[in-house]
Ligand binder design. Structure first.
Ligand code: 5AD
Ligand code: SF4
Length: 494
């Protein structure tokens, strides 16, 4: 193929990462990154369906692409990702100008499907119902990649989710939990480091249960599978020492943090997201003792009311959550904590909403993604129509929650004033290009005055002189590390 492509990503980091793989495949097939949707030959929309507004945005964007395609019939439109997985045939019916519709389990097929489309005269729809897990080559992370930023890499460690939170559509569109073999992950991080990546983010829906399926597989079929490959050296040795007991409880995620954190060249390791019910002491211990693992924990609370947590099937109480958080703060020096909270889950009363405010205040979150509950067809909570919370009530609760979170995030940021922080430079600040923007190890956003020319991907010391609710302001004191690799930004993010 020749010409240019643009990938637009909606939704989470898992999707961002799939987009990098789709971009990698398109480039391997001869396409070059394009500047914008208006001129590109191939436009890929990688979709999200976690909340309802994502649907609306997709159909809005498709409407715009229709007018482009009327003018340029050679334009090819691909819809990939979670919404495609959920809506399947109906996307092609609602938007017949789409050329290819593909789901979440066949990222590796992007180019083949485009070729198939060119051979026929009908849109091509391919939605697989399961991950092609047996063939580990096809894990999205095993495909060629075009990284959004050369110095930062996402690494999928696990696909799908085995939980059944009543509000969540992820298990339906991403399938059951499947862990990627330990040695594969570590090998990918080594390769990424050789490419110039210094910060990796391990991705999974429920990272703390990483490896559960692998240990069971290794136990069930110890002759047929290579335990070293599936589990990594440490866990495989434990399995050999005590095949009956140890292998099942082996804290593989903690082992993984250690292994990834010791890859030469990797300066920062992040991960998202752990489930509060599975946050283990071993993980906290690994975060505390592996220098590369950043002091940041994203621990989704969802609600502070035990009644609502139980209706959501979250598997913990507010008290248990706060205990785990206290353990994490005690174990890890200088830990920043962020969270996800849903407001207006069906049946949420004023007292439930109040409980969430209290827990949020006690947790002193450094940041929170807050969402108004959005019914997703096919999920358990979407059936509870008669208990839906009126929109205005949810909006008012949201406003109060935001005020609580903003207070603790402002205090958290203000507490950094006067300190010198290690900052990974992202690029010029959008508002004031004479300043640079970056992230501290705690993942706080920093705008600072540079000292000379500093490239994205550099690590610098910044003295924090001021702070707001959303960011720190500072002055650069020292360059710690300059990247040796070229940085490119070919994937258009939202
Ligand atoms: N409505 C609102 N928010 C949701 N989330 C997941 N499903 C829904 C929904 N139906 C939020 C949760 C999750 C985050 C990624 O999105 O807080 O942690
Ligand atoms: Fe959804 Fe719950 Fe799984 Fe997270 S843990 S992906 S919220 S079902």
């Amino acid at each position: 193929m020749s010409g240019t492509y643009v990938v637009r990503t909606f939704g989470c980091q898992m999707n961002e990462h799939d987009s990098e793989r789709i971009a990698g495949l398109l480039e391997a097939d001869g396409l070059a990154p394009g500047d914008d949707v208006e001129t590109a030959d191939v436009v890929v929309l990688n979709t999200c369906c976690i909340r309802e507004n994502a649907d609306n945005r997709l159909y809005g964007t498709l409407g715009h692409l229709k007018s482009l395609k009327d003018r340029r019939p050679e334009l090819e439109i691909v819809v990939a990702g979670c919404l495609a997985q959920k809506d399947q045939d109906s996307i092609a019916q609602r938007a017949p100008h789409v050329d290819v519709v593909m789901g979440t389990h066949n990222v590796h097929r992007a180019v083949d499907l485009l070729h198939e489309r060119r051979r026929g005269d009908q849109p091509v729809v391919e939605i697989l119902s399961e991950t092609v897990a047996e063939d580990h080559e096809l894990f999205p992370s095993a495909l060629p990649v075009v990284r959004q930023a050369g110095y930062a890499g996402w690494v999928t460690i696990q696909m799908g989710c085995d939980n059944s939170c009543a509000f969540c559509i992820v298990p339906a569109v991403r399938g059951p939990e499947i862990s990627r073999p330990f040695a594969d992950i570590v090998a990918e991080v080594h390769r990424a480091a050789l490419d110039g990546v210094t910060e990796v983010t391990l991705l999974g829906q429920n990272v703390n249960s990483y490896g559960r399926d692998l240990t069971l597989r290794a136990r069930a079929d110890s002759d047929a599978v290579d335990a070293d490959f599936l589990l990594g050296d440490a866990a495989a040795a434990a399995a050999q020492a005590d095949p009956e007991a140890n292998v099942r409880v082996r804290p593989l995620f903690a082992d993984l943090l250690r292994a990834v954190g010791s890859v030469p060249g990797i300066q920062r390791v992040r991960y998202t997201s752990p489930h509060p019910k599975d946050l283990r002491p071993e993980t906290i211990e690994a975060m505390a003792s592996v220098p590369a693992v950043c002091e940041h924990l994203h621990l989704p609370l969802q609600s502070g009311s035990d009644t609502i947590l139980s209706a959501m099937h979250r598997g913990y109480t507010a008290e248990r959550y706060l205990q785990r958080l206290a353990d994490a703060r005690r174990g890890i020096d200088d830990l920043a904590v962020t969270t996800d909270i849903i407001v207006g889950f069906p049946g949420e009363t004023d007292a439930d909403a109040e409980a969430t405010l209290e827990v949020a205040a006690e947790a002193r979150f450094d940041g929170a993604f807050t969402f108004v509950y959005s019914p997703r067809p096919g999920t358990e909570a979407a059936e509870l129509v008669e208990r839906f919370v009126p929109r205005e009530v949810a909006a008012a609760r949201m406003e109060r929650l935001r005020a609580v979170v903003e207070r603790s995030s402002r205090l958290g940021n203000l507490a950094r004033v006067g300190r010198v922080e290690e900052v990974l430079v992202v690029g010029p600040s959008r508002k004031d290009p004479s300043r640079l923007t970056g992230r501290t190890r705690q993942n706080r956003l920093v705008h600072f005055e540079p000292d000379g020319a500093v490239r994205p991907g550099s690590y610098v010391q910044v003295e924090v002189v001021d702070a707001t609710t959303t960011h720190l302001r500072g002055v650069m004191r020292e360059l710690l590390f300059a990247p040796t690799h070229r940085v490119r930004i070919p994937v258009a993010a939202e």
